[in-house]
Unconditional design. Structure first.
Length: 212
């Protein structure tokens, strides 16, 4: 029986992950780079990745922190990088008429979960729209006859991919959340006969060992 295996990896620690609550938030931060620790995490991920778990391709968000995380893994496994806009994180686009701080941005992300069909701020897509683009990506992968799909993306985008693969509704995020640490690895298997998916691995950080 054909099986789809999805290996989902969150990017390593980036500069926008370590901002203080009163730090200003600007659209430029959407494409922030990895921190020195994040670079170590990405290299450790690649160095400890099991050979048998490489895939034909590595699908990656085009945002810088995802690309910088994926690059060492792609080199180690000889996997071509495939950038896909649908794997990007929610972004702040256009001009903002009032100052925004990190805490404001965190509040906006939470508001999107409480009201998934609404945009809490001009230039921010709704959670429903983000969910639909994640589902569009999965639909293309699932249309093939099975195989291993490796993805490097972002916390909320990966949450939505996991939600869709497990057959859960978008509103379920209002009741529980998935933990997605920097370079945390999740694995889900889906059989092509339509039977229930299997959650094989959750937020594994074994590759980091003592690196914190």
């Amino acid at each position: 029986m054909s099986v789809h295996r999805f290996t989902l990896i969150r990017h390593a620690q980036a500069a926008c992950n370590v901002l203080a609550p009163d730090s200003p938030w600007t659209p430029a931060l959407d494409d922030c780079a990895l921190t020195p620790l994040g670079q170590q995490q990405a290299n450790s991920l690649a160095a400890h990745w099991p050979t048998e778990l490489y895939a034909p391709k590595l699908y990656v968000s085009p945002m810088r922190r995802a690309r910088e995380t994926a690059a060492p893994l792609a080199r180690q496994g000889g996997m071509p990088l495939v950038l896909d806009e649908r794997l990007a994180e929610v972004t702040l686009q256009g001009d903002v008429t009032r100052p925004l701080w990190q805490q404001d941005w965190d509040d906006i992300l939470e508001q999107r979960i409480r009201q998934p069909d609404e945009s809490p701020l001009s230039g921010v897509e709704s959670l429903r729209a983000q969910f639909l683009r994640a589902q569009g990506f999965l639909k293309e992968r699932l249309a093939a006859g099975g195989g291993h799909h490796m993805i490097v993306s972002h916390a909320q985008t990966l949450e939505l991919l996991i939600l869709s693969l497990l057959g859960l509704a978008l509103e379920d995020l209002q009741r529980f959340r998935f933990r997605l640490s920097n370079t945390g690895v999740h694995m889900i298997e889906c059989q092509t006969d339509g039977s229930a998916p299997r959650l094989m691995l959750v937020n594994s950080l074994a590759h980091l060992n003592r690196l914190v």
